[in-house]
Design a protein. Structure first.
Length: 630
């Protein structure tokens, strides 16, 4: 049975794992000190237009400005009178112009976040694109009859002009009412976002993407997941609250895990998680997969290592490559590796075997939520993949660049480092007006220079008439060193300090560490995720046909707008909820026209807003049951 596991026993880290039995299928980790911005919506300000890049830079409230390509700019932001077919970015935008932007790709290295003005709001079953009328359709992962059936269901949804929707895989088998509920929620959310953007100047955060708890359930939950096990009360409460609104029929699958054995240890996945951090991943037959990251791509090397089960070299290569195909697809998901990926399979002579490996990898990638494009194995045994990056890679959230090798993975040995230092000392000593050269070096390097190269240093001093002082510094490690040239007028030459007193203490990294690992408060957005509690209460009975939103954001079901007055009709013979901000006379007239299929829960007719909402819901439920013959 498949399970979704939430581990939040340490406040610094929240881990979500999908397991099938005791096999780890997918993994997501959210670190308290690292804020994920992908999906967040901001009101930004254009700070610089770069015609040579066909893009502009946008200040959206973070330290580094975002990158907005021309192709990601909606036509609604174009200046009036511009010919869209021949427009250039400098013709359609101006510096200082305000835009609603969404983070499409996270910051990576020295690259700023990639932005788009084509907003997408993800629900459980649908994705709403409020300013992209041509982006609708059905998820690529939905195939065959399910795809056609989902298209027919979507055609019955009232999508406003200028907008479009995409049906997600979770929408398979859902009826019109369920999809309408999701669309209404997303419409309500967009109305609130659009209203907040109009009322506030940029740069400012408008909408914050949901927490990992909600994202994981929304994106990963499927009918074949039998249990959602959570080991802390607060996370369990969040999950239950979200499930009760979006998937009330499945809320019983959320269970609080209370065993003394840690949750991930119970399902024996801790060691599997560790493989996602390792460079080398072993294969069942004795082979191994080696994963290396470069600036341009991710290189994956398949080695036979100790694999000897095959009857000949071709069979051994095939067996190892088939195992590697499964493991590579799994590691791509666990590590969320994106961009260009090159796999170096073991060479195989038989073309049939190559096709078998390609097919195995294609089948293994079928379960990946990310879009993956794969080529064929070349005559050099290489296969190229391009994978969509759904979130920051696992190593980006938990790894830092090695301060000793600076990320290269190798360093110079002692002799090479010593000779490099000696050449630099010689170069400095030959400069004019040089009185002394001070070299702070690791102890091993100093030992080599003071013994094996003592004569060379003495000759250098005599030839250049320069005093060379080697300072062994226990705080330095190869290949690090510090060389300083002192002129004749340098006051430090008159210092009476002994050479061992010249050793410099390391620059304190405490401030840097504190800054890097400081737990930042989750930023406040103008618009929070909207959970219309009253609508949820009605929909649990499966009979409410619609929900009329108003323009108020008062916490009593507002933050929306009237989207379909036709629902208020006795011909529909379906109950309707009227909420918030409507004048008492309008509410009374609407209810009177459709009794007993409507109930007023508007605070506008109450002396004290919201006091009697529970009573009204109870009366409404009674009316629904009578209307349905229950």
């Amino acid at each position: 049975m498949k399970r979704m596991l939430f581990n939040a026993t340490h406040q610094e880290e929240l881990r979500v794992a999908i397991v099938d039995g005791q096999k780890l299928i997918d993994l997501d980790i959210e670190t308290a000190g690292r804020e994920q911005r992908k999906g967040n919506i901001y009101k930004g300000v254009v700070t610089r237009i770069e015609p040579s890049l066909e893009a502009c830079f946008v200040n959206y409230g973070e330290e580094r400005h975002g990158f907005l390509p021309f192709k990601e700019i909606a036509r609604t932001y174009f200046k009036e009178g511009v010919d869209v077919r021949s427009a250039r970015i400098q013709d359609v935008l101006r510096e200082g112009q305000e835009l609603i932007v969404q983070v499409e790709k996270e910051e990576r290295g020295n690259k700023g976040a990639a932005l788009t003005t084509f907003i997408s709001l993800a629900g459980r079953y649908l994705v709403l694109m409020p300013n992209n009328p041509r982006g609708g359709g059905v998820s690529r992962r939905v195939e065959g009859e399910d795809r056609q059936e989902l298209r027919e269901t979507m055609e019955q949804l009232p999508v406003p002009q200028g907008m479009s929707i995409i049906a997600r895989t979770a929408g398979i088998g859902r009826n019109v009412e369920e999809l309408q509920w999701d669309l209404s929620y997303l419409m309500q959310l967009w109305t609130a976002i659009d209203g907040a953007a109009r009322e506030n100047a940029g740069p400012i955060l408008i909408y914050l993407e949901s927490s990992l708890v909600i994202r994981a359930i929304r994106d990963y939950f499927s009918p074949d997941i039998g249990e959602i096990l959570i080991d802390t009360d607060d996370i369990a409460d969040q999950a239950c609250a979200f499930m009760s609104v979006v998937m009330p029929d499945n809320v019983q699958r959320v269970k609080r895990y209370r065993d003394d054995v840690p949750l991930f240890s119970r399902f024996q996945i801790e060691h599997q998680i560790e493989t996602a951090y390792a460079r080398t991943v072993p294969l069942p037959s004795g082979g191994a997969v080696v994963i290396d990251h470069t600036e341009a791509l991710v290189a994956v090397d398949v080695n036979s290592a100790r694999a000897t089960k095959g009857s000949d070299i071709e069979e051994t290569a095939l067996r190892t490559n088939l195992e590697a195909a499964d493991e590579v697809a799994r590691q791509l998901r666990l590590r969320d590796l994106g961009g260009l990926i090159v796999i170096d399979f073991i060479d195989m002579e038989d073309g049939k075997n190559q096709r078998a490996v390609e097919q195995r990898l294609r089948e293994a990638l079928h379960f990946d939520r990310a879009r993956v494009q794969m080529g064929k194995i070349s005559r050099f045994g290489l296969m190229e993949l391009s994978r969509q990056r759904l979130r920051p890679a696992l190593n980006e959230g938990s790894h830092i660049t090695c301060p000793r090798c600076n990320g290269t993975g190798v360093i110079r040995d002692t002799e090479s480092s010593a000779l490099q230092v000696l050449r630099l000392i010689q170069e400095e000593s030959m400069k004019e007006n040089t009185a002394a050269v001070h070299a702070q070096v690791p102890v091993e390097v100093a030992t080599f220079l003071l013994n094996e190269k003592r004569t060379d240093i003495a000759k250098m001093e005599a030839r250049s008439k320069v005093n060379v002082i080697l300072i062994p510094n226990k705080h330095l490690e190869t290949p690090h060193h510090r060389i300083e040239r002192l002129r004749h007028d340098d006051p430090r030459l008159e210092s009476a300090k002994a050479s061992f007193e010249l050793a410099e203490a390391p620059e304190t990294n405490l401030a840097y560490s504190a800054q890097e690992h400081e737990v930042k408060a989750r930023p406040e957005a103008l618009v929070k995720s909207i959970t219309p509690a009253l609508l949820k209460s009605c929909l649990q009975f499966g009979s409410a046909a619609g929900w009329l939103f108003d323009s108020h954001s008062d916490g009593y079901g507002g933050s929306g707008r009237v989207f379909d007055w036709s629902l208020v009709s006795s011909e529909s013979a379906r109950p309707v909820v009227l909420s918030g901000g409507l004048h008492a006379g309008n509410v009374a007239a609407a209810i009177e026209s459709v009794r007993p299929f409507a109930v007023d829960v508007s605070s506008g007719v109450e002396e004290s807003p919201g006091i009697k909402s529970a009573d009204k819901i109870a009366r409404f439920v009674a009316q629904v049951r009578r209307a349905d013959g229950n």
